[in-house]
Design a protein around this ligand. Structure first.
Ligand SMILES: Cc1ncc(COP(=O)(O)O)c(C=O)c1O
Length: 395
C-alpha cells in the first residue's frame, strides 16, 4: 500500500535515496572503524581492507579488474581526471595529439573540462546529435582527424533524455584513428549491463549516488597498462592517480551499492521499464498536447522525458513540489541556474519544446501506485498553468 502522505520522488536521475542495507554497511565506518587506510595499525588495515573489498565490488559491476578502479569524489571528478589526465599525458609524449572530441549533449563536468583544455591550446571538436538525441558513428568518422586525436569522450547514457549511445562502435572508430576512448557511464551503471571489455572503452566514469549509494564518491575505470597525469597532488593514494585520504565510508557504501546493483540488475531493469512505460502511457493518455521525447529504444530504463506545450517546465516543477512530487526540468546541476537545457538545444528543439520540458526519473523504490497518484495532479497542474499562460497555443 502506498502512503498517500509520502513524498513522491521522481528525480532519481539527480540522486537516489540510500538503501537501508547500504546505510547499515556504512555506519561502522562512521563510528568505530575510523582508521586511516594508510596507517599500519589494525584500525588502518581494516579501513584498507574495506576499500579493497569495495574495489572488487565496483570492478565486478563493470567487468573490470580490481586494479583498474580509481576511487574519486564522484562522477564530476572522474570525468575531469579521465579527460585532463589522459590528454595532458598523451600530449606530453606526443605534442601532435592535440585533438579532443566530445558531443554537445555531455554533462557539464565533461563540457567544462574540455573548455579548460581548449584554453590550454587543445583543439576541441563536437560531434553533433540527431533530433532523437543519438550520436551517430558516421558523424564521428567525419569529425575525427587521423593522427591527431588524443581522446574521444561520449557518454553512455544521457542524463536529461536518457538516450543510450553506440559506445562500442564509437570506441572502435576512435581506436582505428589512434585515439583513446572515454565514456561517462554515471547514468548507465546499475540500470543496464555495462562491461568495459565488451564495450572496449579505455576509461569509464561512475558515481555512487545515482545507484542508491552515498554522495561524494565515484570511480574511474582506467584500462590496465594506461597511464594518466593526476590532477590532485599529494600523498599518492589510489596508486598515485588520486591523492587524498580515502572517503572510506563513502567507498564502502558505493561498493555495497554496486554489489546490490549487480545482483538485481535484470530484476531492476524489468521493474523500471514497466514503471516507465506505464508512466508514459498514462501521461500521454491523460494530458493533451504532451509528447514523450526520444524513442523508447536505445534508452536507459528509468528516465522519461516529456514536453508539455504551453507551460514552463520550471513552473511545473515548482507546482509539483507544492503537491509533494519531486521532478526536474533536466540536468540536476544546471536546473538551479534556470538556463535552457544545452542538451535539448543541441538536439534542435524549439524554444517551446525546450521550456515546456519535464524529466521524470524512477528508481526501484517507486511504484505504480505513485504513478496513479501523480498523474491526475500533473494533469491538473498542466491544465491550470495553460489556462494562465500567454504561450498556451505555441508549439
Ligand atoms: C551523466 C552525468 N555525469 C556526471 C555527473 C556528475 O556526477 P557527480 O554528481 O557524482 O559529480 C552526473 C550527475 O548528475 C551525470 O548525470
Amino acid at each position: 500500500m502506498d502512503d498517500i502522505n509520502k513524498l513522491i520522488y521522481f528525480d532519481n536521475a539527480a540522486s537516489t535515496p540510500l538503501l537501508d542495507e547500504i546505510t547499515s554497511e556504512i555506519l561502522p565506518y562512521l563510528r568505530s572503524h575510523y582508521g586511516n587506510p594508510s596507517s599500519l595499525h589494525r584500525l588502518g588495515r581494516e579501513s584498507f581492507q574495506a576499500i579493497e573489498k569495495a574495489r572488487t565490488r565496483v570492478a565486478s559491476l563493470i567487468g573490470s579488474k580490481k586494479k583498474e578502479i580509481i576511487f574519486t569524489s564522484g562522477g564530476t571528478e572522474a570525468n575531469n581526471l579521465a579527460i585532463k589526465g589522459i590528454t595532458n599525458r598523451l600530449n606530453r609524449l606526443n605534442p601532435k595529439r592535440k585533438c579532443v572530441i566530445t558531443s554537445s549533449i555531455e554533462h557539464e563536468s565533461v563540457l567544462g573540462t574540455v573548455k579548460d583544455l581548449e584554453k590550454n591550446g587543445f583543439n576541441v571538436r563536437f560531434v553533433p546529435t540527431t533530433l532523437n538525441g543519438q550520436i551517430e558513428p558516421e558523424c564521428l568518422k567525419k569529425t575525427i582527424p587521423s593522427n591527431e586525436v588524443a581522446l574521444v569522450s561520449v557518454m553512455l547514457s544521457n542524463n536529461e533524455v536518457g538516450t543510450l549511445q553506440p559506445v562500442k562502435e564509437l570506441a572502435a572508430i576512435t581506436h582505428h584513428y589512434g585515439g583513446l576512448f572515454h565514456t561517462d557511464a554515471v547514468q548507465a551503471i546499475g540500470k543496464i549491463p555495462v562491461d568495459v571489455k565488451q564495450l572496449d572503452v579505455d576509461l569509464l566514469s561512475m558515481s555512487s549516488h545515482k545507484i542508491h549509494g552515498p554522495k561524494g564518491v565515484g570511480a574511474l575505470y582506467l584500462k590496465r597498462g594506461l597511464m594518466l597525469d593526476p590532477i590532485v597532488s599529494g600523498g599518492g593514494q589510489e596508486s598515485d592517480f588520486r591523492s587524498g585520504t580515502e572517503n572510506v565510508h563513502g567507498i564502502v557504501g558505493f561498493g555495497k551499492a554496486c554489489e546490490i546493483a549487480s545482483s538485481r540488475l535484470e530484476e531492476s531493469r524489468a521493474l523500471l521499464i514497466a514503471l516507465r512505460d506505464y508512466l508514459i502511457f498514462h501521461v500521454l493518455d491523460k494530458i493533451p498536447d504532451s509528447r514523450v521525447n526520444c524513442s523508447t529504444e536505445n534508452r536507459i530504463p528509468n528516465i522519461a522525458h516529456f514536453t508539455f506545450f504551453g507551460v514552463q517546465g520550471e513552473d511545473l516543477v515548482n507546482k509539483l513540489d507544492e503537491h509533494g512530487i519531486a521532478a526536474s526540468t533536466g540536468s540536476a546541476c544546471s536546473s538551479k541556474h534556470q538556463k535552457p537545457s544545452h542538451v535539448l538545444k543541441a538536439m534542435g528543439f524549439s524554444y517551446a519544446e525546450v521550456t515546456g520540458s519535464l524529466r521524470l526519473s524512477m528508481s526501484i523504490l517507486n511504484t505504480k501506485g505513485e504513478i496513479d497518484r501523480a498523474i491526475p495532479i500533473l494533469a491538473e497542474i498542466v491544465a491550470d498553468l495553460r489556462s494562465r499562460s500567454p504561450f498556451a497555443k505555441s508549439k
